[in-house]
Design a protein around this ligand. Structure first.
Ligand SMILES: Nc1nc2c(ncn2[C@@H]2O[C@H](COP(=O)(O)OP(=O)(O)OP(=O)(O)O)[C@@H](O)[C@H]2O)c(=O)[nH]1
Ligand SMILES: [Mg+2]
Length: 310
């Protein structure tokens, strides 16, 4: 084993694959399709956090196909299900930071503890490995520890962190970070850490709106990505947070953090189907290298256990 190697999307799905989706795969023996098969499939998908709505839509579509194509064996359903899942995920996919610009501003949002700061470190490394010059903005000024945490990550990854005093104006931090990027650092990526919790949800959304407007005044069409970090271990709760952020924070995509810590990776399908949001990256562990771009087909193969080991 090579130490320090980044964990892949497939590896991060190990728990999910070995528990719930292993059982889903087990339903597709060569038996006949009957009511029990549909009931079991539905129950397992819901358990795997695919979400009730998305599960029902999937099962209904499969039943139509079975009737239309006169299928009768469960093994004939397996590939149909996989293709439909790929289709659901692909139909909302969108590239990360499409287009060429001098400076890209990436805003990271999400509730506290979801994995924002860790994700920023990972993204910074991802960009740096591609030759980008990165500046981080410590705009979560609500918690003093948040600023220090970002500074520590910045040092580890080797990128600049622009920070002000705890309690200071997050908009001013973003202003400063963009100025620094344009100026002495000649950076082409600014990644902004934001608070996960303020006194009220309303205050939080106001603060994010203000950060957006500061960025937009300095850089054309900034922020160019607003990534919502969701904790994959919190399942349907994360989905309801996503509804709130999508409406008010201009979210352009999701980072599904801690996919390696859950057996319920099916949530990705609910995010795509119910929220219409693309997943752009997944968190595959706690280290800076543990970030993988999201690929629908690789994800679905990872759920069902096809392809190469492990
Ligand atoms: N296993 C695993 N743990 C992760 C991943 N991403 C984040 N974590 C852990 O989740 C915890 C919270 O991560 P943070 O990055 O501090 O979350 P945050 O959203 O910035 O939290 P606040 O700043 O408190 O709002 C930490 O212990 C991280 O190590 C991941 O992809 N996999
Ligand atoms: Mg944080």
């Amino acid at each position: 084993m090579i130490l320090g190697r980044a964990k892949s999307l497939r590896e991060s799905l190990r728990k999910t694959r070995e528990t719930i989706f292993g059982q889903v795969a087990g339903l597709f023996g060569a038996g006949d399709i009957d009511d029990l098969f549909w009931e079991d499939l539905e129950a397992l998908l819901i358990q795997g956090d695919v979400g009730v709505k998305t599960t029902l839509a999937l099962v209904e579509w499969l039943q139509e196909q079975v009737a239309e194509r006169h299928l009768w064996r469960t093994d004939q359903v397996r590939d149909l299900l996989k293709e439909r899942m790929v289709h659901i995920l692909e139909s909302v996919q969108a590239p990360y930071l499409a287009g060429d610009r001098m400076l890209n501003v990436v805003l990271i949002v999400g509730v506290n503890g979801s994995g924002k700061t860790t994700t920023i470190a990972k993204l910074a490394k991802w960009h740096k490995d591609r030759g980008d010059r990165v500046v981080l903005a410590a705009a979560d000024t609500f918690r003093a520890a948040a600023i220090d945490q970002l500074k520590v990550w910045g040092e580890r990854v080797g990128v600049d962190v622009i920070a002000h005093q705890p309690g200071s104006d997050p908009g001013a931090v973003v202003f400063d970070a963009i100025r620094t990027a344009f100026g002495r650092r000649q950076a082409n990526v600014v990644i902004v850490d934001t608070a996960g919790r303020l006194q009220t949800q309303y205050n939080l959304m106001q603060e994010l709106a203000k950060i957006r407007s500061v960025a937009a005044k300095q850089v054309h069409q900034a922020p160019h990505e607003t990534l919502l970090v969701l904790d994959a271990t919190t399942g349907q709760n994360a989905l309801s947070q996503a509804h709130k952020f999508r409406e008010t924070a201009g979210v352009t995509g999701v980072v599904l953090a801690k996919l390696d810590s859950t057996a319920k990776g099916g949530m990705a399908l609910a995010i795509a189907h119910e929220l219409g949001l693309p997943i752009k990256f997944v968190g595959t562990g706690e280290r800076a290298e543990d970030l993988a771009p999201f690929e629908p087909r690789e994800f679905v193969e990872g759920l069902f256990g096809n392809g190469a080991a492990p």
